[in-house]
Design a protein around this ligand. Structure first.
Ligand code: ATP
Length: 253
C-alpha cells in the first residue's frame, strides 16, 4: 500500500548539529498524527522540511508515493502538503473570506490572467472559488465572520482562519505547528476537535504541539522525537506508557 507520507533517512544538519537525524517513518492511514518531543527535538525542522522551507542534508520524503524532497515550497503545496505557522500569519486587513480565497485564486493565476480577456468566464471562476472558500469557513466554524477583517478577530478564531487557508490548497496532508499555543483551555479543546473533524473528512493531519494532553486526546498515532530521532511511535496509550518517553520527555525515572 502506498503511504500517505513516507519519510526515509531524513537528516538536517546545522554545522555539527543534526536537528533531524536519520529519521524514517511511514504513515498509511489518514487521521491525526501527533508529533511531540522536548524543546530542540527537531519538530519544527521536520515541518520545515515537509513544506520545503528547509532542504534535507540526506534522505527523502514522499507524499502518496511521489518524492517531493527536492521540490520548492509552492510546488509542495500544489502537490498536497500545506501548513500553518507557529506565529500566526493571517492578512489582518483582508476579510476572513479573502484570506481563504487568496491561495485558491493565486494557485490558478495563469488561468485567471488568460481569463481576463474573457471576463464572463473569469467572473464565473471567481464566483465558484468564493463558494468553495465560503464552504471552508463553514467547515472550520467561522462562516459568520466571512466579511470581517481577519485581524480584528479573537486570537483563537484567527487560528481557524489560518487552518481554513491551509485547507484551501486541497491538501492530502496538513502540517499544524503549535496551533494551540496561547489559547484558553476551552478554545484549545474546541480547536483540537476540529483537527479530528478535518482528519475524518480525509485530510491527514500532522500536529506539532507542546500541549501533550491535547495531542494524546486527538491523535491516532503519536511520534516522539528526541535529538532529531524517533524515541517512540505508537498509539497514545502505548506512547504514554513507554518508559523511555516518560524518562526523556516527562522527566521521570
Ligand atoms: P521547540 O519545541 O523548542 O520549537 P523543536 O522540536 O521544534 O523545538 P527545532 O526548532 O526543530 O526543534 O530545532 C532542532 C535543533 O536544531 C535545535 O538544536 C535548534 O537549535 C537547531 N536549529 C533549528 N533551526 C536552526 C537553524 N536555522 N540554524 C541552526 N540551528 C538550528
Amino acid at each position: 500500500m502506498t503511504a500517505v507520507l513516507d519519510v526515509s533517512g531524513a537528516t538536517v544538519r546545522y554545522g555539527g548539529v543534526a536537528a533531524v537525524d536519520d529519521l524514517s517513518f511511514r504513515h498509511e492511514a489518514g487521521g491525526v498524527i501527533g508529533l511531540i518531543g522536548p524543546n530542540g527535538a527537531g519538530k519544527t525542522t521536520l515541518l520545515n522540511v515537509l513544506s520545503g522551507a528547509v532542504r534535507l542534508s540526506a534522505g527523502s520524503f514522499a507524499l502518496n508515493g511521489q518524492d517531493l524532497s527536492a521540490r520548492r515550497p509552492h510546488q509542495i503545496a500544489r502537490h498536497g502538503i500545506t501548513r500553518t505557522f507557529q506565529n500566526l500569519q493571517v492578512f489582518g486587513s483582508l476579510s476572513v473570506l479573502d484570506n481563504v480565497l487568496l491561495p485558491r485564486v493565486a494557485r490558478g493565476w495563469g488561468t485567471a490572467l488568460g481569463d481576463m480577456v474573457r471576463l464572463p468566464r473569469a467572473h464565473r471562476r471567481i464566483t465558484a472559488e468564493r463558494e468553495v472558500a465560503a464552504g471552508l469557513l463553514d467547515r472550520v466554524g467561522i462562516a459568520e465572520y466571512a466579511d470581517t477583517p481577519a485581524g480584528s478577530l479573537a486570537y483563537g478564531l484567527q487560528r481557524r482562519v489560518e487552518i481554513a487557508r491551509a485547507l484551501a490548497g486541497d491538501p492530502a496532508l496538513v502540517l499544524l505547528d503549535e496551533p494551540l499555543a496561547g489559547l484558553s483551555r476551552s478554545e484549545s479543546t474546541d480547536l483540537a476537535e476540529l483537527f479530528t473533524k478535518v482528519a475524518d473528512e480525509g485530510v491527514t493531519v500532522l500536529l506539532v504541539e507542546h500541549d501533550v494532553a491535547s495531542v494524546l486526546a486527538v491523535s491516532g498515532r503519536v511520534l516522539v522525537l528526541d535529538h532529531g530521532r524517533l524515541l517512540a511511535d505508537g498509539t497514545p496509550d502505548e506512547v504514554s506508557a513507554n518508559p523511555d518517553v516518560r524518562a526523556a520527555y516527562l522527566g521521570e525515572e
